[in-house]
Design a protein around this ligand. Structure first.
Ligand SMILES: Nc1ncnc2c1ncn2[C@@H]1O[C@H](COP(=O)(O)OP(=O)(O)OP(=O)(O)O)[C@@H](O)[C@H]1O
Length: 610
């Protein structure tokens, strides 16, 4: 949004010409700095303020050469002979050269200090975000969280960079330059100063007028942009299907064409509304406008005897420098506004309440898992789970089945405390999971989900996540147990092959077996499988099932499954319906009772044989 807005702002007109006098350093690029604590954060803030002050002084000093030229000209034109003003001229020449030199020195210093402040502040922010991510409930990432994190780490941080490295200096520098320039002109002649300043001020007003209609057009422009990118993604993602089915290519491209046309129409509609103010802005924002008005008014003043010709010179020399300070001031102010929005987003992220850790953690006594009248609500209004009770004994398999939306995955998320229950309790080895430290809790569980997450690292390291201190040999043993060893051996660099975090390299079933190897290596006594084989073809499923039987031997196993034949041998089956346990028992008991499970079983059998 912010980038888009900036792009349109640039088309709406310019408040004035290009920047000349802001003294604004360009400090980009990361730097490696030590992990800063609170004190370093304050130091970075002080450094950012120092950059702004240096920018202001540099911008003010940047006006000295112009003032010097104007003063020398005034002295020379008003004197009977050159010799009589030589001293004054040399003094002003010294002031001018000194100002130019000081500006250069301060800009160098500014770049150095600003660069450091920027790098430290952004590093500190990133460290804080990462630390916060380490303590927020993991369930948050599964809902809206990951999008928020991506935005915080990219565009919000970028806006903060803009603020510290560019906007703040631009704003303060431009304000200082304007103050010095206008102050000098007022000193020479306040009436002419008013006229000279009126032109860039009028340019700013026309700029505001040109931009006034933007919010009204923004939603249409953004919607059109959204359609363009959706159509592009649709085309790129579906290019195989589109090409394979020939005739439909035109249809997808047609959608892209329509979106482009709509964007052009929206853009034209906005431009049509601000054509006059935009044109006025371009005229008034140019140095030529200031020069023309100052000349006309100045000659009038000279004619009327209100101003001497030498006194007109400062307005021509310094006055035409004023418009160039308005553009950075407007952009700087805009940068500050955007950074405030981003700072709000970052603040919301950084103030996400952490998962409460027990003050005096307790160790579970064994690995019996007990759900005691567990209730949970995602939104605080509707209950996804309502009074669910069950006991899962070590060395047994408990299957959780039920219609879509019954709450099966919610149970799986509550066990490792991705969320905390809103009613009742979950106990492991007789201890409430909220009284067990997160580290102990997570290391007591192997979680195997349908969505396989692989890191961009070697096969060995991907398996070793299960137990970081495992030897290479133990990694291989786990891979063998998970029936993935022969596949790994076939990879270009065997166990040293770097896997793609995307879908490349291994098939779905192979990736799944890799995560099972991870879980086998971890040796955790509780295993939670959430739809681990749901998306696999029959061959892969058989291989994964074999791997799973290695993983679950002797453990407390909780399996969530859609396909009932995969859990028919479970020691107990909980049938969830609308967040409650509708029935429970073994496969045969549930079939005999003729309830929901029996109906689901029959439906799946018929589906399978149909
Ligand atoms: N992150 C979430 N935020 C809000 N509501 C959610 C979230 N996840 C699940 N729900 C809701 O909670 C209820 C239970 O969902 P859950 O995913 O646990 O069911 P499920 O039995 O696993 O379904 P499925 O078989 O389709 O995966 C549903 O109404 C679902 O819409």
């Amino acid at each position: 949004m912010s980038k888009t807005r900036k792009a349109y702002d640039d088309h709406g007109g310019s408040a004035a010409g290009p920047s000349r006098a802001t003294g604004q350093p360009g400090n980009r690029g990361p730097a490696h700095v030590a992990d800063p604590g609170r004190g370093e954060h304050a130091a970075a803030g002080t450094a950012a303020a120092a950059t702004a002050v240096l920018s202001a002084v540099a911008a003010a000093a940047g006006f000295a050469p112009f003032v010097a030229i104007a003063e020398i000209a005034r002295a020379v034109l008003g004197a009977p002979s050159l010799g009589s003003v030589a001293g004054t001229a040399w003094t002003w020449a010294g002031i001018g050269a000194g100002g130019a030199l000081l500006r250069l020195l301060l800009l160098g210093l500014c770049t150095h200090v600003g660069h450091k402040a920027d790098a430290e502040m952004l590093h500190h922010l990133r460290v804080q975000i990462v630390r916060r991510l380490g303590v927020v409930p993991l369930g948050w990432f599964r809902s809206a969280g990951s999008g928020q994190v991506k935005k915080a780490m990219t565009s919000d941080i970028e806006e903060m960079h803009e603020l510290i490295a560019h906007a703040l200096g631009a704003l303060v520098g431009a304000a200082a330059a304007l103050t010095v320039g206008i102050g000098y002109l007022v000193f020479v002649d306040w009436r002419m100063a008013l006229i000279t300043v009126a032109i860039p001020v009028a340019a700013v007003i026309t700029y505001r007028l040109a931009m006034r209609s933007l919010p009204a057009h923004m939603s249409r422009l953004l919607a059109a942009e959204g359609q363009i990118s959706a159509a592009s993604v649709e085309y790129v993602d579906g290019i195989t299907v589109v090409k394979a089915f020939g005739g439909t290519e035109g249809k997808v491209l047609g959608r892209f064409d329509d979106a482009m046309r709509e964007h052009t129409a929206a853009y034209r509609a906005w431009l049509a509304g601000n054509r006059a103010s935009s044109a006025m802005n371009r005229v008034l924002g140019s140095e030529m406008a200031v020069l023309g008005v100052v000349m006309a008014a100045g000659l009038g003043f000279v004619g009327a005897g209100w101003l001497t010709v030498p006194d007109l010179l400062p307005f021509l020399i310094v006055g035409i420098g004023l418009p160039t300070s308005f553009t950075p001031m407007i952009h700087g102010a805009q940068g500050v506004r955007m950074a405030r929005v981003s700072a709000g987003n970052l603040d919301r992220l950084l103030s996400k309440p952490p998962l409460p850790e027990p003050e005096q953690p307790r160790e579970p006594r064994g690995y019996r898992v007990e759900l005691d009248r567990v209730s949970f609500s995602y939104d605080g209004v509707t209950n996804a789970l309502d009074g669910v009770s069950a006991v899962c004994e070590p060395g047994t398999v408990t299957a959780i089945v039920g219609p879509s939306g019954a709450g099966k995955s919610t149970v799986a998320s509550l066990l490792p405390r991705f969320y905390d229950v809103t009613g009742g309790a979950i106990r492991i080895g007789g201890v409430d999971v909220r009284e067990i430290s997160s580290k102990t809790l997570l290391s007591s569980m192997s979680l195997v989900f349908q969505d396989v997450v692989l890191l961009r690292d070697t096969v060995t390291e991907n398996i070793r996540i299960g137990r970081p201190d495992a030897t290479d040999d133990e990694v291989r043993q786990a891979a063998k147990a998970a029936q993935i060893h022969p596949v790994i051996e076939q990879l270009p660099h065997g166990y040293d092959t770097v896997l793609d975090s995307g879908k490349g390299g291994l098939s779905g079933g192979e990736r799944q077996r890799l995560t099972i190897a991870r879980a086998i290596l971890s040796g955790a006594p509780i295993v939670v499988l959430d739809e681990a084989t749901a998306s696999l073809d029959p061959d892969s499923e058989t291989a994964v099932q074999d791997a799973l039987s290695e993983l679950v031997a002797g453990k407390t196993v909780i399996v969530i499954a859609h396909r009932l034949h995969t859990i028919a041998a479970a020691d107990q089956i909980l049938v969830l319906d609308e967040g409650s346990v509708a029935e429970s028992g073994t496969h045969h008991e549930l079939l005999a009772s003729g309830g929901l499970y029996a109906r689901m079983w029959r439906a799946q059998q018929n589906g399978d044989t149909a």
